[in-house]
Structure formats: structure tokens, C-alpha cells
Design a protein around this ligand. Structure first.
Ligand code: ADP
Length: 408
């Protein structure tokens, strides 16, 4: 028997078996019957011409007809369906044809099915990649929306908190003045005023941090360049942190590295803030009796500063997240609220601000740590790269500092 005749005999039983096997409901069966009919027609043409690529359009159309939710759940994947169809085809051939005709038909159909597998697998991969890209785009868009809501929230909250905070500060100052002089104040007055002072100072720090974060988020951080020397910068910060260091029994060492005495242009106030944050964190996350080392090196055009501590360390997978807003880590159980107490909690804005300041200078910051372990304390090393500027970037400051920079 000719293969085309064999295929014609098998058509109806094949169609009913395959459609029942692939589709459960009546409606679904109807739509799948159309697809299967087209496929069968193309298979017949492929057999007649000996060219398997006849089935490509029908297969591709089938692959394209899959919905997003089918792609999402990875259901109705074509290669396993083709597998099922091939099995049914062989069974139907054996049931409806003579053994020899069935064998001949199977031998002729096999290369067509092999070709179909290849096409289906390739198309499937293409569709899945497109689907995953679409999902990624959606996830990115919603992350961007979330980030911008976070930024908006910070900006609005900072603005709304500033006014009542200024009022409290003003009334607290008036209250202090209305009370008798230092010597005349009762011990209770002193305690109450100290409480108000501490509370408002902490709140002012948080509001200032929120304002800085929104300035950085909106690329509005403006730097005032002036000559700075890293050794002097560290001297000032360590002087401020001296009592915290001795309260916490921590040793600090500044290695006199090459470049520490080099003059460079930078925003002294902002860099002070950035390094103060990093050193406060080193104090906060290092247990008592630990050590902090400030070191560095001179590189072509850059100065690299490292701040190494013997603290609790940071998990490699958290080493990027800590530089994001509110990036304090869930894995670290914070004890108290405080700037330098061991594991003192903060709002998680210090490092994003530090990163913003360093990057606004054209620098970079990253952290290295073997991991987070409160028992073994593997420590963390923050690396800060700052470009060396022998001249200020703006004309105004250049004129102002002309006598200092002449000859550079
Ligand atoms: P905050 O100190 O307000 O929590 P930061 O942005 O300064 O926020 O730091 C974010 C988080 O990064 C901290 O909560 C802490 O988990 C981690 N971290 C920062 N510096 C160190 C450090 N030197 N050692 C260990 N963990 C650190």
C-alpha cells in the first residue's frame, strides 16, 4: 500500500485518539482538532515530498498559540506532546494497517518526527526566553516603581518631620532659658532637658540622613571642593569618636600609608560624614576589645583607603544590599538604638549616603568579608577609592585656591 493511502486510512481514528488524549473538554477538543488536522495535512505533504520542513508552519503556529499562563506553568510544552502523538500514531498504525504497512509508515514518519522535535525544542526555547525577558522587564518595572515610592516617601517624610522638629527644638531652647541658671535647676529638670536634647538630636540626625538620601537619589548632592588631607580628616573623626572607642574598649590604628598626607580636592564636610559613618559602623559591629585599622595605598590617579575591623562580618550575599536604602540586614539581630553601641540599630541610611558621597566624588566603595559570624568574628574591610584631584573641578574654586594650586 502507498504511504499516502495508509495515512488517509489512519486519519480519522488518529484524529479522534490524539484529540481525546490531548484535550479534556469538548470546546478545547474542537480547537485542538483544527490544529491537529492542519498538522496531519502537512505531515502528508512532508511524506509525499520527502521534505520534513513542510510541517514547520503548522508546528510554529501551534507553539505560538500557547498563552502566557501556559508558558508560565510550563504546561503544554510541545516536545512531550509530540512524544505522545508519535506513540499514538504507531499504535493507530498497528491497529488499522497490515503489519508491514504499519512498519513502513513508521519508518517514513520517524525522520519527520525527529525534525519536528528539533523545531519544537528550538521554538520552545525561544518562546521561553521571550517569556522570561517579559517577566524580568515586569519585575524591573515594579522594582523601579517601588524604589521611586521609597524615594518619594523619604523626601515627603523628611520634609513633614522637619517643621515639627524645628518647633520642638525651639520650644526646648525656650524652656531651658525660662528655667533658673544651671546651678538653680533641680536634678529632675536636668534629666528632663537631657532627655529632650538626646531625643531631638537623634531625630535631627535621622531627618538629615533622609534629606541626604533624597538629594543623592535625585542627583542633587552638591559638593563644595576644597583642599583636603586624609590624615587630617581622620584625626578630626577619631577625635570625635574617641569616647565611643574607649567606652567599647576598641583599639584603632591609622597606618601611615603612602598618600595619606597628599593634598587633594574634595568636599571636606561630606567626606567627613562618609568616613564618620564607616568608622561608626566599624565600632558598632565590632565586639568589645576588637581592633579597627585604617590603611590605604596610592594608585595612579587614585587613593585607596581601607577600613578593616575585627567585627561580626557581612554575608557575601548581603554585601551589595547594605549599600541600598534601608539595607540593614534581617540576619543581624540588633540590640539597641545607638550610633556606636555594639550592634546598635539605625535606619539603614548610613551606607547609601556614604556610597552617594564617594560616587559624587567620582570614587567607588565596596566591602569584603568572609561572612557573618558573631562567634568567630571574621571582620569586614571597606574599600574606598577616591580620585586624586590636584585642581578643583569648578572655575570658582579654582580661582579661590589659585595660590595653593599654582605649580600643579
Ligand atoms: P545602620 O548602621 O543605620 O543600620 P548602615 O547603612 O550604616 O545602616 O548599615 C547597613 C547595615 O550594614 C548594618 O545594619 C549592618 O548590618 C551592616 N554593616 C555595616 N557596616 C558593617 C560592619 N563594619 N560590620 C558588619 N556589618 C556592617
Amino acid at each position: 500500500m502507498r504511504i499516502t493511502d495508509a495515512l488517509a486510512i489512519m486519519h480519522q481514528p488518529w484524529l479522534s485518539r490524539v484529540s481525546h488524549s490531548l484535550a479534556r473538554g469538548e470546546e478545547l477538543r474542537e480547537s485542538i482538532t483544527q490544529i491537529l488536522n492542519r498538522l496531519y495535512e502537512k505531515v502528508q505533504q512532508a511524506v509525499e515530498t520527502g521534505d520534513p520542513s513542510w510541517i514547520d508552519p503548522a508546528l510554529l503556529e501551534w507553539a505560538d498559540s500557547r498563552t502566557e499562563s501556559e508558558l508560565d506553568s510550563m504546561t503544554s510544552s510541545l516536545p512531550p506532546i509530540l512524544d505522545q502523538i508519535l506513540q499514538i500514531t504507531v499504535e493507530v498504525a498497528q491497529e488499522t494497517l497490515e503489519a508491514q504497512d504499519a512498519l513502513l509508515l513508521t519508518v517514513n514518519l520517524l525522520p519527520i518526527f525527529m525534525h519536528a522535535y528539533g523545531i519544537a525544542a528550538h521554538k520552545e526555547m525561544e518562546l521561553n526566553i521571550q517569556h522570561i525577558s517579559r517577566e524580568l522587564e515586569k519585575a524591573n518595572a515594579s522594582l523601579e516603581r517601588l524604589d521611586s515610592s521609597k524615594s518619594d516617601f523619604i523626601a515627603i517624610a523628611a520634609h513633614e518631620l522637619k517643621t515639627p522638629l524645628t518647633l520642638i527644638e525651639g520650644y526646648a531652647a525656650m524652656l531651658r532659658e525660662s528655667l533658673p541658671s544651671e546651678a538653680g535647676k533641680t536634678p529632675q529638670h536636668v534629666i528632663l532637658l537631657k532627655g529632650i536634647d538626646n531625643g531631638t538630636r537623634r531625630l535631627r540626625e535621622i531627618v538629615d540622613d533622609m534629606i541626604d538620601v533624597s538629594l543623592i537619589d535625585n542627583d542633587m548632592l552638591s559638593l563644595h571642593f576644597q583642599p583636603i588631607w586624609m590624615n587630617r580628616l581622620f584625626q578630626g573623626i577619631l577625635y570625635e569618636l574617641n569616647s565611643s572607642l574607649s567606652d567599647r574598649i576598641l583599639a584603632i590604628e591609622v597606618t601611615p600609608f603612602q598618600g595619606i598626607e597628599e593634598m587633594t580636592f574634595g568636599d571636606e564636610e561630606r567626606l567627613h560624614q562618609a568616613f564618620h559613618n564607616l568608622l561608626s559602623n566599624a565600632i558598632k559591629f565590632t565586639p568589645d576589645h576588637g581592633k579597627i585599622v585604617i590603611d590605604g595605598r596610592l594608585l595612579p590617579g587614585f587613593i585607596e583607603i581601607t577600613i578593616r575591623d575585627t567585627g561580626i562580618g557581612i554575608d557575601p550575599e548581603d554585601q551589595t544590599a547594605i549599600f541600598e536604602k534601608f539595607g540593614r540586614l534581617g540576619s543581624v539581630s540588633l540590640h539597641s538604638s545607638g550610633k556606636t553601641k555594639f550592634k546598635g540599630g539605625g535606619p539603614g541610611l548610613g551606607l547609601p549616603i556614604t556610597k552617594g558621597i564617594i560616587e559624587a566624588h567620582g570614587g567607588a566603595i565596596w566591602v569584603e568579608s568572609a561572612g557573618y559570624d558573631e562567634e568567630k568574628c571574621p571582620g569586614s574591610t571597606f574599600h574606598i577609592m577616591l580620585p586624586i584631584r590636584k585642581l578643583p573641578p569648578d572655575d570658582k574654586s579654582a580661582k579661590l585656591f589659585l595660590p595653593l594650586t599654582e605649580g600643579n
